[in-house]
Design a protein around this ligand. Structure first.
Ligand code: PMV
Length: 367
C-alpha cells in the first residue's frame, strides 16, 4: 500500500536541459459523488466516475533549466509563464502557483526549471463545465513526463499513480481524469487497490451495457459558480447529515459495483439519480444553504422522467455542482435519445447548447 512518503523524489538520475511535452486529459462525471474532504485533499467518502472523451484540456509544457549562481534568491522560486489558447493569462497564474507550492515536496525539481504552460479546452470557456479536473490532470501528466525524463527507470504504474496523486492536490476530482473508463477514488472495503491518495481504474467486471455509455451535457446555465467547490466541501464539516451521507456513499459504491457486473440499468438509474439529488440536498441543507439548480434544471429532470416512463428507454440524469444536466444512456438507444433531446430539451438549454460525449480512456500524450 503506497503512502504519501512514497511519492517524494529523492534524487534525479539524469540531467535534462530543456524539452516540451503535450498531454490531453478529459473531464469526468461522478456517479457516486465526492462532497466533503479532510486535510490535504483527502476525500470524506469514496467516489466513482465515468471518464469522458470529448470534453478535455490540452496542455503544452515547455521547460528550460535555469542557470544561476547558487546564492541567488530566484533559485528558490517557481518560474513560469501561463498562456491560455496561446495568449498570456495572468488570472490563471495564482492557481498554478498554489498547485506548484502544494506539490513542491513531491516534485523538488520544479524549481530548477522555467516553464511555459500553454493550455486550451475543447469545450467552450464559461460553459459551466469545470475545467479544473481536466486542466489539473493534463498539467500533472506533463509534470510526470518531466519526472520520468529525470528518472527513466520509473514504472508505468508509478507514473500514472503519481500523476493522479498530483492532480488530486490540484483539484480533488482531477485525480479521476488520468485513467478511463470508470475510475474509483477513495478507500472502499470492496474495491481492491482503492486509495484516498489517487484514482484507480475500476478493477472488477464491467457488463457490456456500459460499453461506450453516452453522456450528453445540457448547458443550462453558463454563469460563474455561485459557490466555489472549496467552500462547498467545507460546509460538510458541520453538516447535520454528514455522517449518514458518507456512509451512504460507501453503500452506493458497493451497490454500483454489483450493477456494473450484472448490467442492471434500472438499478443503475436509481443510484445515479439519487446521488445527484443527494449532492444538491447536501447543499440545500448546509449553513449557509444554497441552490445551484435553475428552473430549467427541474424542467429537464421532469421531462426525462416522463420520457422514461412512456418509452422505457433507460436514460437518467446526473448533476455536478451546478445547473447543467448530464444525460446518461447506453449506446444502443443513442439515435432515439438524441431525437428526444432535439425535440423536447434543447429549449431549456442556454442558446440551445449541448455537448455530446461518451465514456473515454483518460489522458493521452500528444507529443
Ligand atoms: O474536485 P472538486 O473539488 O471541484 O469537487 C467536485 C465535486 C463534484 O463535482 C460536485 C462531485 C464529484 O465527485 O466530482
Amino acid at each position: 500500500m503506497l503512502s504519501e512518503q512514497d511519492f517524494i523524489v529523492n534524487d534525479n538520475t539524469t540531467s535534462v536541459e530543456k524539452g516540451t511535452f503535450q498531454w490531453s486529459a478529459p473531464s469526468n462525471i461522478a456517479l457516486v459523488k465526492y462532497w466533503g474532504k479532510k486535510e490535504n485533499q483527502i476525500p470524506a467518502n469514496p467516489s466513482i466516475s465515468f471518464t469522458l472523451n470529448n470534453c478535455k484540456t490540452i496542455t503544452n509544457l515547455a521547460f528550460t533549466k535555469k542557470h544561476f549562481d547558487k546564492l541567488s534568491v530566484t533559485n528558490n522560486r517557481f518560474s513560469f509563464d501561463l498562456l491560455f489558447e496561446g495568449k498570456p493569462k495572468e488570472e490563471f497564474k495564482p492557481k498554478i502557483q498554489k498547485f506548484f507550492e502544494r506539490i513542491d515536496v513531491y516534485c523538488p525539481y520544479l524549481k530548477d526549471y522555467h516553464f511555459t504552460i500553454d493550455t486550451e479546452n475543447t469545450f467552450p470557456h464559461s460553459s459551466g463545465i469545470a475545467s479544473s479536473a481536466s486542466g489539473m490532470a493534463a498539467l500533472a501528466m506533463n509534470i510526470m513526463s518531466l519526472e520520468k525524463a529525470l528518472n527513466p527507470t520509473m514504472t508505468n504504474q508509478f507514473f500514472f499513480q503519481k500523476a493522479s496523486f498530483l492532480a488530486r492536490l490540484g483539484s480533488g476530482s482531477a485525480c479521476r481524469s488520468i485513467k478511463g473508463n470508470i475510475v474509483v477514488w477513495g478507500k472502499h472495503a470492496e474495491i481492491e487497490g482503492s486509495s484516498d491518495l489517487f484514482g484507480v481504474e475500476f478493477p472488477a467486471k464491467i457488463h457490456e451495457n456500459f460499453k461506450n455509455y453516452q453522456d450528453t451535457i445540457l448547458l443550462v446555465d453558463k454563469g460563474e459558480k455561485q459557490v466555489s467547490s472549496t467552500i462547498g466541501h467545507d460546509l460538510m464539516h458541520n453538516h447535520p447529515f454528514a455522517e449518514q451521507r458518507f456512509a451512504q456513499a460507501h453503500d452506493n459504491l458497493a451497490k454500483i459495483k454489483i450493477i456494473f457486473e450484472t448490467g442492471n440499468l434500472d438499478e443503475f438509474i436509481q443510484i445515479v439519480e439519487s446521488e445527484a439529488l443527494t449532492l444538491h440536498a447536501m447543499m440545500m441543507t448546509s449553513l449557509p444553504y444554497f441552490i445551484l439548480m435553475k428552473p430549467n434544471t427541474l424542467e429537464i429532470i421532469n421531462t426525462i422522467w416522463k420520457f422514461r416512463n412512456e418509452t422505457n428507454i433507460p436514460i437518467c440524469f446526473t448533476l455536478d455542482a451546478g445547473a447543467n444536466v448530464h444525460i446518461l444512456y447506453p449506446e444502443n438507444v443513442r439515435e432515439h435519445v438524441l431525437q428526444f433531446i432535439k425535440d423536447e430539451l434543447v429549449g431549456y438549454c442556454q442558446n440551445g447548447n449541448y455537448i455530446c460525449d461518451t465514456i473515454g480512456n483518460g489522458s493521452q500524450i500528444l507529443t
